[in-house]
Structures are given as C-alpha cells and as structure tokens.
Design a protein around this ligand. Structure first.
Ligand SMILES: NC(=O)c1ccc[n+]([C@@H]2O[C@H](COP(=O)([O-])OP(=O)(O)OC[C@H]3O[C@@H](n4cnc5c(N)ncnc54)[C@H](OP(=O)(O)O)[C@@H]3O)[C@@H](O)[C@H]2O)c1
Length: 305
C-alpha cells in the first residue's frame, strides 16, 4: 500500500476560490506566473505544487531529486532553480530552527532577489530564537515577503517521522501534558497558494494553527479511535529520547535541536490557537478528528503492523 494518502479535493479548494476571470488578471490577483516551490516533494511543498498547477501557474519543484536539482547544502545549485521564477515558497530543510538556518536563508534570499525573484513566502515554525532570526533575514532581503508560522503538522503522524511509531502501537516523545495547535498540511498549502496568487499579503506574518489544542496523548488517542487499533502515547525523558535519536545516527547538533523543539518550545509558550487560516482563507481550519479519520481510512497506519 502506498505510504501517501489521497489528497482530498486539495487543488479545487483553491481553484474554486479564484473566479475564472481573476485567475489571470484583475484586482486581487497577483501577477506572479511562475513559482519555485522548495521542499516541493515534501508534506507542505507537494500540496502547494498541486494547487498552483491547478490554477495554471508554472511551477518548478525544488528538491534534490528535481530537474535541475536543488540542495540547500550546495549553493552552486541555487541559480538554476531561481532562473526565470517570479516567486518562491521557501521550505528550509532540515528545520527552520536548526543552527545555521538564518545564514543560509540570508544567502538564498539575497541571491533570489538579485535573480529577480521578488515574491518570497517563508514557511516558518513556532517562535524560536533561530527561527525568528531566519524570518528577520527574509524581511531584510528587499523581497516582497510573507511569513507563515505553522504549528505542528497533522501529517507528521502519517507521512512524517511518527508514522512507524503509530503503526508499532507506541509513540514515545519527551512531551508532557501541553496543548499543541496541530494544523493540517492541506490548510497550510491552501494558505500558501492563496498568498502566492492573490494580492494583499505582502509584509504579513500569519500564525497557522488548527482549531483547537490537543496534547500528544490526546492526538494519539484520536488516532487510536479512528483506526480502532491500540496505540498508546508514552512520555519519555529528554535523555532517553536523545539516546534513541543518537542510535538512529543523528548528529549531536541535530539531537540537541530535536530535544529543544520538544522541551523548550513545548513548555506551554506555543500552546495557543491562532487565526491565520481564517484570516487568509475566510474559513475554519480542519479539525484533527477529521484528519485522523481520513488518514485512517486510507489504511496508512495498518499497512506494516
Ligand atoms: N513538520 C512540522 O510539523 C513543521 C511545523 C512547522 C514548520 N515546519 C517547517 O517545515 C519545513 C519542513 O517542511 P515539510 O515538513 O513540508 O517537509 P518534509 O515533508 O520534511 O520534506 C522535506 C522536503 O525538503 C526537501 N529537502 C530535504 N533536504 C533537502 C536539502 N538538503 N536540500 C534541498 N531540499 C531538501 C525534500 O526533498 P527531497 O528529499 O526530494 O530532496 C522534501 O521536499 C522545515 O523548515 C520545518 O521547520 C515543519
């Protein structure tokens, strides 16, 4: 069975929000016709690619497997993907909060603006010192920018690093009883496609969360109910999680950053429901229960149990 679940009416939700007459001209619609989508094979980026193509935009997928290939670690690959693009959706890997990200974002946005790519939309995350510095580098780049600060993606559970643990019946993380505003990657992609195709979002920072807070234990309980399988959440110590990540081959810097993401950033400071989805799309974000039921129906969590 495929590891990817079907995308429910993703493209049409944006396409239908754009009247035919407004897709190529008219008030409210941007003039950018071509867009580079970095991370264009990942959870957020590939959904953005689908939406932009559905409204007739020329899209270049930025990925190490793309043509031409793009690698954050190899600035020699940047010029070719930026060539003749009007806009770019910037998805930094491995994580916007990783040390070194601001410097790379700085160099990339400078090159993008010099290449004539004036419209830049950055996928950011929960407020962290490094993440905020990355945002500042974009703001200082001279580009026409928009920043999207997203909470934890729902899709971490079925398309991301937690899928195998869900399938195993035990999810163990160093996070306690703190609420997270889990957001659906389809909502993020709808927001990205909108800010890239409609005017009025330049210089804006949108905080994107789902409609309610859930603890990890509550999220796992929702998945267990949706799958009718036993899946339990276990809070482990940061030391135990660090040992697991080290055994998986992560570098000490990466291990430290993951621990930081799960401890400092999940101490309650980010336990907030925000209105960014409503501000951009004029509708409510998808609820976690709907996500869990739809993902469970694809069999994604039962395929390798
Ligand atoms: N996941 C979350 O809960 C969450 C929440 C808030 C913010 N974010 C931010 O979202 C970003 C990750 O987005 P995502 O979860 O949508 O992506 P993802 O599913 O983790 O996929 C990563 C994408 O980046 C590409 N990629 C990986 N390494 C690369 C490299 N060295 N050079 C160029 N491309 C590379 C991959 O393409 P190839 O493998 O084809 O090269 C893929 O398209 C991070 O910046 C993170 O801080 C994530």
């Amino acid at each position: 069975m495929s590891a990817r679940r079907a995308i429910p009416d993703a493209a049409t939700s944006v396409a239908s929000g754009l009247p035919e007459s407004e897709r190529t001209s008219g008030a409210g619609v941007s003039v950018q016709e071509s867009a580079l989508v970095l991370g264009g094979t990942g959870k957020s980026g590939r959904r953005v690619v689908e939406r932009l193509r559905a409204v007739g935009r020329t899209v270049r997928v930025g990925s190490s497997k793309g043509n031409p290939p793009f690698r954050w670690t190899d600035p020699q690959t940047w010029a070719a993907v930026l060539d003749e693009m009007d806009a770019a959706f910037i998805v930094y890997s491995p994580d916007i909060a990783m040390p070194g990200a601001p410097e790379v974002i700085d160099a990339f946005t400078e090159q993008a603006v010099a290449a004539g790519v004036r419209r830049l939309v950055l996928l950011s995350g929960q407020k962290s010192e490094v993440g905020l510095e990355s945002e500042r580098r974009l703001q200082d780049s001279g580009a026409d920018w928009t920043i999207l600060r997203a909470a934890w993606f729902n899709q971490n559970f079925d398309e991301g690093f937690l899928r195998e643990e869900v399938c195993s019946g035990r999810v163990a993380l160093p996070v306690g009883d703190v609420g997270e505003g889990f957001i659906d990657a389809d909502d993020i992609a709808d927001v990205v496609a909108t800010v890239l195709t409609r005017r009025g979002h330049s210089g804006a920072i949108y905080e994107l969360t789902g409609p309610r807070l859930l603890t990890f234990a509550e999220a796992i309980a929702e998945i267990a109910e949706a799958t009718d399988q036993e899946v339990k959440y276990v809070q482990i110590s940061p030391e135990s999680y660090a040992a697991t990540l080290t055994a998986q081959g992560l570098s000490p810097v990466a291990v430290d950053r993951w621990i930081y993401l799960f401890t400092d950033l999940m101490d309650g400071r980010n336990a907030r429901v925000e209105k960014g989805v409503q501000q951009v799309l004029g509708r409510e974000p998808r609820d976690f229960t709907d996500y869990a039921r739809a993902a469970a129906a694809t069999g994604i969590w039962s395929s390798d149990r």
